[in-house]
Design a protein around this ligand. Sequence first.
Ligand SMILES: NC(=O)c1ccc[n+]([C@@H]2O[C@H](COP(=O)([O-])OP(=O)(O)OC[C@H]3O[C@@H](n4cnc5c(N)ncnc54)[C@H](O)[C@@H]3O)[C@@H](O)[C@H]2O)c1
Ligand SMILES: O=c1ccn([C@@H]2O[C@H](COP(=O)(O)OP(=O)(O)O[C@H]3O[C@H](CO)[C@@H](O)[C@H](O)[C@H]3O)[C@@H](O)[C@H]2O)c(=O)[nH]1
Length: 476
Amino acid sequence: MQPTEQPTKTESLKVAVVGTGYVGMGTAVMLASLGHQVVGIDIDQNKIEMLRRGELPIYEPGLEDLLRASQERLRWTGDYASAIPDADVIFICVGTPPLPSGQPNLRYVAEAAQSVARNLNGKLQVVVNKSTVPVGTGDWVSRILEDHALDYSAGRYVVVSNPEFLREGTALHDSLYPDRIVLGSSSPEGIERLRQLYQPLLEQTFTPPEGMPRPANYTLPELVTTSLSSAEMIKYAANAFLALKISFANEIAGLCECVDADIEQVTHGIGCDQRIGHRFLSAGAGWGGSCFGKDTAALINTGSEYGYTMPILRAAVEVNQRQRHLVISKLQRHLHRLQGKRVAVLGMAFKPNTDDLRDAPAHDCIARLMDLGAKVTVHDPVAMPHARREWAHLTYDEAPTAEAALRGADAVILMTEWDEYRALDWDQAVRTMRRRLIIDTRNVLQQLPQHSTVEQVGRTTLHNVPGNEVLAEALA
Ligand SMILES: NC(=O)c1ccc[n+]([C@@H]2O[C@H](COP(=O)([O-])OP(=O)(O)OC[C@H]3O[C@@H](n4cnc5c(N)ncnc54)[C@H](O)[C@@H]3O)[C@@H](O)[C@H]2O)c1
Ligand SMILES: O=c1ccn([C@@H]2O[C@H](COP(=O)(O)OP(=O)(O)O[C@H]3O[C@H](CO)[C@@H](O)[C@H](O)[C@H]3O)[C@@H](O)[C@H]2O)c(=O)[nH]1
């Protein structure tokens, strides 16, 4: 490493981001917002065309405006040769979806690394792995670079693991205001270059983009530097712990239902202990999304490779599966046989503010309702078009609004806590239902609609306001 090759502290760096999914988009827009010159690369030409038009291929509130605002420092391409040779730092942000075995599919990482390798420029370039990958993958990526670089000279490029902790729906916010930045590498030069890249974040010297102010109580992020393998492990351990925390709340919620305690009161009470904290203790239909299921499976699988069992993590997964089934049990408790019953499902995305359907609890719920012969009507504020493609194997009717979904229904299952559903005039909406039964799997409803029965998670009370004859009949 020649000292002259290291960009100066204040210099804006040239960055290539490989993969323009949630993480690639978040990373690219964040780095452009910090003043770096960024090129995003994807093999999906449709995505590139959309991005060039200033349109987002993903749903993320507020991101489209910020994408347009940083347009002059951002460009998009499908051509590695036009992006990699110039880059000081290259981020690999491609998907690592689960294989049936639980192992993540590393095919996209391998292909991306090979394409990067063929376009390296022979000077010091830092290849950063941001995809979530099993421990040891960073070393493997180094070998791929060695094997495929046209002009390999040892030490000219280095690999750093920089795991990503953003959440979907708040990708850019989480990228700009992180709790920590983890950098794992055996290369001091690699760490130093990334420290320079992230300097505006670490010291919060950038001007917050419009519409995304710095949170009032925000404290500067910690820079955590580790070995490559520790950084890779930090990512999995963090997700596993969060999943575990939710599963723990769900397990306690089930017991609350047995003993007539209220999970909302219980989690508030335990969360006040700063050692525990309030976050990620919301009981509900269980966790889903593209990460928790995939990453817990991958960690358990890594354990198996070493003959090491992970009983706590296995239990967290088991509790999560049970939680999804409980939704239907609650419905059956009231409606018994579901054959021919009309059930409205509000919310398909795995959580609000995203159209991502990966491992969404709503999927299992709809599939089970279909198996049991129920007629399903769904509504989601943004995910329905996506579901037409992704969930073509499921049979359901779409409703244009939540109110329309409830009309004539024997029950409604609130699966995703979109604000729109919180704001719904429930009193009015339930009047159009055949039976006023609400399965609120996210404990959203604060006030009970008139003459209705509301089942929540971790709360035993059956809210049956007298006067609803149809409901009384159904319960008889
Ligand atoms: N989604 C999240 O919230 C999140 C958060 C933290 C970490 N992660 C991890 O980050 C990684 C990416 O996740 P994501 O949700 O952004 O994935 P994604 O599936 O949304 O996007 C991946 C993108 O990579 C592109 N791609 C695939 N192979 C390519 C190649 N050879 N060259 C260029 N582009 C290629 C795809 O076309 C796609 O656009 C995963 O490992 C994931 O576990 C995801
Ligand atoms: O108290 C809670 C919090 C979340 N969830 C559910 O947990 C899942 C995941 O939610 P969240 O963590 O907000 O979404 P993701 O975008 O999947 O983000 C997780 O996964 C990412 C990918 O690895 C990480 O980067 C993030 O740090 C990690 O929070 C969703 O189904 C939520 O409904 C609950 O049931 N209860």
